[in-house]
Design a protein around this ligand. Structure first.
Ligand code: G3P
Length: 496
């Protein structure tokens, strides 16, 4: 009977369950979208119970559609949209408020107050992050400050906090395991990435009781087992967890210092493995924990772009310019250039390297001759320009010039975008055969914990390149286009 690892990839817009074979190949995928709530401009929330329901539903679909029996699953790996914050009642399991999504700006004011108190360095020196509404800490504070009775209950030890990995592990284990892994903890603004501890000084500043926090565990370890009533009568080991971007770095087999990947999902996140060194950034990057495994933690430098795939969704659902994301390649290639049009998709502010919560999106350079094709192309190009901004910061901080960039995520199917990306970065862009590297990374972490795979060397041999894009654009042209982008971003930031 063939055995599998089940990877649960709980992303910003959908939940997926993917069954992986021992060869690291996909046996089956099930996916379900869930509701996005936008209660006010710039706010983004999810219903944590709907997320949980969507996860149960994709597990059921993956098993029933593939015919794989629960007993064929050796272990479960979890990967998740990071930073998104759930606070729930320990007794009833009911969330006290919607999950506040990583993209949500509703705590921007709290962040401004913390910055005005001169606390940026305090947070940065301990967490590797900067004060921004992106991270979980101010979201927990917001819930405790704004939900009736929440602070009292939290202080009485009756509420729990978790990022989505924690929430799912707690639910799957029937409330037995309240844990998170190093990579997810490192995104909360409350975890000291040097001492590897929740930081009491930061908790006091944010007024978050320590009793709410999950236990921080390695990314590859059995945290508990599924309760039989959620898992077809079986107790399956929940054996690994990592935030989706760190999981993708693991799934891309970037195990050596200096190796980097870029994932084009809802947002776009470039991570570089910096090994046992936590590199401090001077250029707006984040220092973060990549994973903890075999008794050691690995650090990474990260550039975070908030809007990437969601700009393509906006073309489809907001502007209704395209029917499906796949149409963008054809439209972009119908024109030789954007004719000077730039789209700056700062829908929820800008992340690396600008870190501006208040800025909103803008379009520049339109004329009477601007067509849908130009508009679509300019939107795609914005993903590549933002990535170029990040790579420039990364090379400056790490002192390493990248030799190749491994890419993954939905948008990498777009050959136009990948070629333009390689042109902009002037490095080869490598697309792997298995594009689901986030889910694969979580599967690997779980599989290593239960002996499904023996070590990282074995896993690294499974990574195969499907296609490489070589830089082909003339340097002068590249510079001209990129300087137009810089002008557009600066003008966007000036308009507030
Ligand atoms: O930090 C947010 C990130 O984890 C979200 O990833 O794939 O939903 O864009 P994604």
């Amino acid at each position: 009977m063939e055995k599998y690892i089940l990877s649960l990839d709980q992303g910003t817009t959908s939940s997926r369950a993917i069954l992986f074979t021992k060869k690291g190949e996909i046996a089956h995928t099930a996916q379900k979208e869930f509701t996005q709530h936008f209660p006010k401009p710039g706010w983004v929330e999810h219903n944590a119970n709907e997320i949980w329901g969507s996860v149960l539903s994709v597990i059921a679909s993956a098993l029933s559609e593939s015919g794989v029996k629960p007993e064929q699953i050796e272990g479960i790996g979890i990967t998740n949209q990071r930073e998104t914050t759930v606070v729930w009642d320990k007794e009833t399991g009911i969330p006290v408020y919607n999950a506040i999504v990583w993209q949500s700006r509703q705590t921007a004011e709290i962040c401004e107050e913390l910055k005005a108190k001169g606390l940026n360095d305090t947070f940065r020196d301990k967490t590797g992050l900067l004060i921004d509404a992106y991270f979980s800490g101010t979201k927990v504070k917001w819930i405790l400050d704004n939900v009736d009775g929440a602070r009292e209950k939290a202080e009485e030890g009756k509420l729990l906090f978790g990022t989505i990995d924690s929430w799912l592990i707690w639910k799957l284990s029937g409330g037995k395991a309240h844990v998170t892994d190093y990579s997810n903890a490192s995104r909360t603004l409350m975890y000291n990435i040097y001492d590897l501890k929740w930081d009491q000084e930061l908790l006091d500043i944010l007024r978050v009781p320590a009793s709410m926090l999950p236990v921080v565990r390695p990314s590859s370890e059995v945290y508990g087992t599924t309760v039989p009533y959620h898992f077809f009568g079986k107790e399956i080991p929940i054996a690994g967890a990592a935030g989706d971007q760190q999981a993708a770095l693991f799934g891309q087999a970037c195990y050596e210092e200096g190796m980097a990947k870029n994932t084009y999902g809802t947002g776009c996140f470039m991570l570089m493995n910096t090994g046992e060194k936590a590199v401090k950034s001077e250029n707006g990057l984040l220092t973060t924990l990549a994973w903890g495994i075999d008794g050691k933690v690995t650090y990474a430098l990260e550039g975070s772009i908030f809007v990437a795939g969601s700009a393509i969704q906006w073309l489809r659902d907001g502007l209704r310019l395209i029917k499906s994301a796949g149409d963008t390649e054809g439209y972009a290639e119908k024109v030789a250039s954007t004719d000077g049009v730039y789209v700056v998709p700062a829908f929820v502010g800008l992340g690396t390297p600008y870190w501006d919560s208040d800025v909103r999106g803008a379009v520049f350079g339109i004329t009477r001759g601007t067509s849908k094709e130009h508009f679509v192309r300019a939107t795609l190009e914005s993903l590549a320009y933002q990535t170029k901004d990040v790579l420039t910061a990364m090379e400056a901080d790490s002192g390493i010039s990248l030799k190749t960039l491994r890419v993954d995520g939905g948008a990498v199917k777009n050959n136009f975008l990948m070629q333009f990306q390689s042109d902009m970065l002037s490095v080869p862009v490598e697309r792997p055969e298995i594009n689901e590297t986030t889910a694969l990374g979580a599967a690997y972490l779980a599989g290593l914990a239960v002996g499904f795979w023996s070590n990282r060397e074995e896993i690294a041999t499974q990574w195969k390149k499907e296609k490489e894009f070589e830089p082909a654009m003339e340097v002068a042209r590249k510079e001209e286009l990129y300087s137009g982008w810089k002008k557009a971003v600066n003008a966007t930031m000036a308009f507030k």
